[in-house]
Ligand binder design. Structure first.
Ligand SMILES: [Fe+2]
Length: 195
């Protein structure tokens, strides 16, 4: 399963006059998407039949290790994350050992998530989240932030514009295929013709 994909998007997602720095005042903030997203970006998503159903910011001071968790009830779905700062911060994905138990929680903005004990988790892979990266939010994951720089992540929860269904990673890759940054595993399936 692919857990992350860096994208290159040709329009700026956030309005120039939006006070991004104020998002550092709380660890977790729900943002009114009309306040922050540019019309050009909304139009771009519209061409992919995508709507944004939730915009959140997550602020991590230096040297923070998040608990390992799944967003919502877990499963397979993507978020589009934009990270400011957080030099050398990493997002990690894990598989669970047999018999692991999830502990349910409610966030400050009323969304649900569940955490796991670290000893029940085996790390699968890690990635430095960019501006933006599609991330798998339904698999156990966390972020570690080293002591160099604080980190602000603005995270967009994506749904199909017409059906309102959650977009899984395979579907997200298909929709964003024209905006993927080349990386290992994304080689063309057929050899290109040499001249
Ligand atoms: Fe998360």
């Amino acid at each position: 399963m692919i857990n992350f994909l860096d994208l290159q998007i040709p329009v700026h997602p956030f309005k120039d006059d939006y006070p991004i720095d104020l998002l550092k005042e709380k660890r977790h903030i729900k943002i009114n998407f009309e306040d922050i997203l540019t019309e050009k970006f909304i139009n771009l998503l519209d061409t992919l039949s995508i709507k944004v159903s939730l915009v959140e910011s997550f602020y991590s001071p230096k040297s923070i290790i998040q608990p390992i968790h799944i967003d919502s009830k877990g499963g397979d779905y993507t978020k589009l994350n934009f990270v400011y700062g957080g030099k050398d911060s990493l997002m990690h994905w894990y598989k669970l050992k047999e018999g692991s138990n999830a502990i349910s929680h409610i966030t400050d903005i009323g969304t649900i998530y569940a955490t796991y004990n670290r000893q029940d988790c085996i790390i699968l892979e890690s990635h430095c989240i960019k501006f933006p990266t599609l991330i798998q939010a339904g698999v156990p994951h966390n972020v570690t932030n080293p002591p160099f720089e604080d980190r602000l992540c603005i995270s967009l929860f994506l749904r199909d514009k017409n059906t309102n269904e959650i977009i899984d990673m395979k579907n997200a890759i298909h929709r964003f295929q024209n905006y993927l940054v080349p990386q290992m595993g994304l080689e063309p399936t057929k050899p290109t013709t040499s001249t």
